[in-house]
Design a protein around this ligand. Structure first.
Ligand code: FES
Length: 150
């Protein structure tokens, strides 16, 4: 029984160990936990303990953050995985494919905003009706950047 307990204990990481092995600050790990991205248990001394599966979850979180994926979306994606489940290569393929689509959408949006900004440079009208960057409904966007109303 003690060997089972010992083996179980060896599989759990303190927050310091998780930080050292993942390269993520302890404060960031606590933040992830408050947002439900990672989960811990408490030992008898009421200290947080993390299963080793959290190492790959933290890796996924950091990679997704580099892609600009909002934490809420990361949490939603990770919620599909059991807490003690180490994200597999197949999990990563599925998540990265989803996030690639999101990244492409944001790139398209940034290109559109850049093109609209090109029309604003040197204009200065900042008109709610004429400026595509101020026009929330964007009903003039199809006409291209710059003022279009008389
Ligand atoms: S400032 Fe944007 S179109 Fe004039």
């Amino acid at each position: 029984m003690s060997s089972t307990t010992s083996a179980t204990t060896e599989k759990l990481l303190s927050v310091g160990q998780l930080a050292a092995r993942s390269g993520v600050a302890v404060t960031a790990l606590h933040f992830y936990e408050t947002k439900g991205l990672i989960q811990s248990t408490r030992n008898t001394g009421n200290q947080r303990r993390y299963p080793r599966a959290m190492l790959r979850r933290v890796a996924v979180i950091k990679m997704a953050q580099r892609l600009g994926i909002p934490l809420a979306e990361i949490a939603s994606a990770l919620a599909e995985l059991p807490n003690d489940h180490t994200p597999t290569a197949e999990d990563w393929r599925r998540l990265s494919a989803r996030w690639r689509e999101d990244l492409n959408r944001r790139i398209d949006e940034m290109v559109r905003l850049r093109d609209q900004l090109d029309g604003c440079i040197g204009c200065g009208c900042m008109s709610l009706k004429e400026c595509p960057l101020r026009n929330r409904q964007d009903h003039l966007a199809d006409a291209g950047p710059g003022p279009h109303l008389p």
